[in-house]
Ligand binder design. Structure first.
Ligand SMILES: Cc1cc2nc3c(=O)[nH]c(=O)nc-3n(C[C@H](O)[C@H](O)[C@H](O)COP(=O)(O)O)c2cc1C
Ligand code: SF4
Length: 607
């Protein structure tokens, strides 16, 4: 770490010390420390790794493994302007790949390559959660939306002129809420402390009773009953308890948490405070996905406001001993960290690899203590239940899916954005409201969700019919569902944490088989391989990422088989590796035929 003065005005060593001090030299803060150091140093060099390990008194391998795990942490220079194009299928439908190639061509760069002067690098990244205003990219972690060829040219101009990103036109970074249909949650204005006051009046047991009566179920995907989860954490004997808000929102096509974090942060935090009051927690975290770093200042401002109002801190609302604080922990580009145990690993400064469950976080979570992890939307719903009562809430939606659900609608629709409905709404209704353009299919709940055909548009959004964490991607007439499956396959192959073989190897095999089919070299053999692989991956993977990674594949093969078949060759098998082509040059130089190298000939000889 050499001495140089940075934007913070501090000499480098002093700046590093102040980062370590801020995190009390706690190895559990390693991801945060690495992120902040990288902001200062551009990348984490081997020397920095060594120094960090010494200062935190942890093995070098621990620093290295955490550094290697996260896409947004770099162990080599990446360009002073790091451009990452969002690569969800909806970005592609809006023309992102042409813009990506255009930028690469104009900068004379290969994907991922750093320009010779160290100025810029351009690559792809997983969905950035801007599907309602794509195509989008990240420049040094800040989202630029509604890209056009003109905007790309302007960006290239700014980079060449070395204008700091902080001085780029503010319009580039405008992220719209795009709320198209508001219901219970999105229509309600947050009154600071009102829900907490009713919780305090009810007492912890009263809160649990109210939650259970409401039958509130988690909005992060699995739909677990919130009251039961909180009760389990409260009942587990412990030295400390923790509350975590899961704001990792990495599921392709989902962006509702982004809007809640931007415009309803007070409700989210109040939901966390009510959770803390109920289970007896003193500390909490909001785990914010790295792509949403731009929201950090406004979230910090809301926290400061809550402290001023004595809704955070000590003796909250005058209740003696009711102390609670919240920290925002920023992720570093890993979809799997949305899985609650991987998220906890990440909070502890480790690579975000899911833990084997049980034990569940409610009994052994953060620092092995009971931890409640809830989705952003669930926590807002807690506020609603406190204000309106469990009995009233239970009357909304359907019997098994009470209340409302926010959908992130994107793709071939006239009005992409957020749509909040009581549970039980039909898919057809959503399509009509969003102005779907001759819909051929809808992919619900992201890459790990369900693909519905026109015949299924009468189905309902509800845990008992079509469950969803919120993503609702529409594919119009003429859209190719093979391309969607291929895009998702690459997403999973990239995002697999690599811990278990069926997922690590299987997702890569699926992606390469789909590429082979996409390149026109697939046969019926590959289709059988896909069927076999998806079964193995689903049944033998450890966590939800692997288990759900082939959902879109199997759905599209079953329901849109024609999109695959028209790419297949009418032969039984074509090798993935073309031996003759690979040897062609060598044969020409040596004048040899090498006929004995062929498998069929060897079999003949053996016989
Ligand atoms: C691969 C994977 C990614 C996930 N990503 C998220 C996420 O981004 N946000 C979220 O709330 N839950 C996510 N979940 C679900 C969480 O593990 C967990 O069930 C949820 O945070 C619990 O909150 P809830 O009860 O309020 O739904 C994910 C699960 C898996 C398997
Ligand atoms: S299923 Fe995939 S993401 Fe989950 S633990 Fe195994 S390798 Fe990691």
């Amino acid at each position: 770490m050499s001495q140089s003065v940075g934007d913070d005005g501090l000499p480098l060593d002093q700046a590093v010390e102040s980062i370590l001090l801020r995190h009390q030299r706690d190895p559990a803060c390693l991801v945060q420390i690495l992120r902040e150091l990288q902001d200062r140093l551009d990348y984490i060099s081997p020397r920095t790794v060594q120094q960090l390990a010494a200062k935190l008194e942890i093995p070098i391998t621990r620093v290295k493994s955490t550094l290697a795990f996260y896409s947004f942490l770099y162990d080599e220079p990446r360009g002073r302007y790091r451009i990452l194009f969002s690569d969800n299928i909806t970005d592609r439908m809006l023309g992102s790949m042409a813009l990506y190639r255009h930028m690469l061509n104009r900068l004379k760069l290969e994907p991922g390559e750093v320009s010779a002067d160290g100025l810029v690098s351009v690559a792809l990244t997983s969905c950035t959660g801007m599907c309602d205003q794509g195509p989008a990219l990240l420049v040094n972690n800040r989202a630029v939306t509604r890209l056009t060829p003109e905007r790309i040219d302007e960006i290239i101009g700014l980079i060449r002129a070395q204008v700091p990103v902080s001085a780029w036109p503010a319009a580039y970074f405008k992220v719209e809420d795009n709320i198209r249909r508001a219901d219970l949650l999105l229509n309600t204005e947050w009154v600071p402390g009102a829900a907490l006051q009713t919780a305090i009046e009810r007492g912890p047991h009263g809160v649990l009773a109210e939650l259970k009566q409401s039958n509130l179920r988690g909005r992060g995907g699995a739909g677990f009953t919130t009251g039961i989860k909180w009760e389990a954490a409260r009942k587990t004997p412990a030295e400390a308890r923790w509350v975590v808000c899961n704001a990792d929102e990495g599921e392709p096509g989902t962006f509702k948490d982004r809007v809640l974090l931007q415009s309803y942060a007070g409700s989210i935090f109040e939901g966390m405070i009510i959770a803390a009051y109920t289970i007896g927690a003193k500390r909490g975290f909001l785990y914010l996905r790295g792509e949403y770093t731009y929201l950090l200042p406004s979230l910090e401002a809301t926290l400061a406001d809550l402290r001023r109002r004595n809704l955070l801190g000590e003796d909250i609302c005058g209740v003696e001993g009711f102390d609670f604080e919240i920290d925002v922990h920023v992720g570093a580009g890993a979809y799997v960290c949305g899985e609650e145990t991987a998220l906890i690993e990440s909070l502890e400064g480790k690579p975000g690899r899911p833990r084997i469950r049980p034990p569940f976080p409610v009994s052994r979570g953060y620092r092995d203590q009971p931890t409640v992890v809830n989705n952003v939307e669930t926590l807002c719903k807690v506020v609603e239940v406190m204000l309106r009562g469990g009995a009233w809430y239970k009357g909304q939606g359907t019997r098994q899916s009470t209340g409302t659900k926010i959908l992130s609608v994107s793709g071939d629709v006239e009005r992409p954005g957020l749509y909040e409905y009581p549970f039980g709404v039909r898919v057809a209704q959503v399509l009509e409201d969003a102005g779907a353009i001759e819909p051929r299919a809808v992919q619900i709940s992201g890459a790990s969700g369900t693909c519905l055909t026109r015949r299924e548009f009468g189905r309902r959004i509800a845990f008992e019919d079509v469950p969803t964490a919120g993503s609702f991607m529409v594919f119009g007439k003429g859209r190719d569902l093979f391309e969607m499956a291929q895009n998702f396959a690459h997403f999973f192959a990239h995002e697999s944490c690599g811990f278990c073989t069926p997922c690590r190897v299987g997702t890569s095999l699926v992606a390469s088989i789909l590429d082979k089919i996409g390149d026109g070299h697939g046969t019926e053999y590959e289709m059988n391989e896909l069927a076999f692989l998806s079964q193995v991956i689903r049944s033998a993977s450890q966590c939800g990422l692997g288990q759900a990674s082939c959902n879109a594949l199997t759905d599209t093969i079953q329901k849109f088989r024609g999109d695959y078949e028209r790419r297949l060759r009418p032969i039984d098998f074509e090798p993935a590796f073309d031996l003759d082509a690979a040897l062609g040059k060598a044969r020409a130089i040596t004048g040899r035929d090498d006929s004995g190298a062929r498998l069929s000939t060897r079999v003949d000889i053996d016989q």
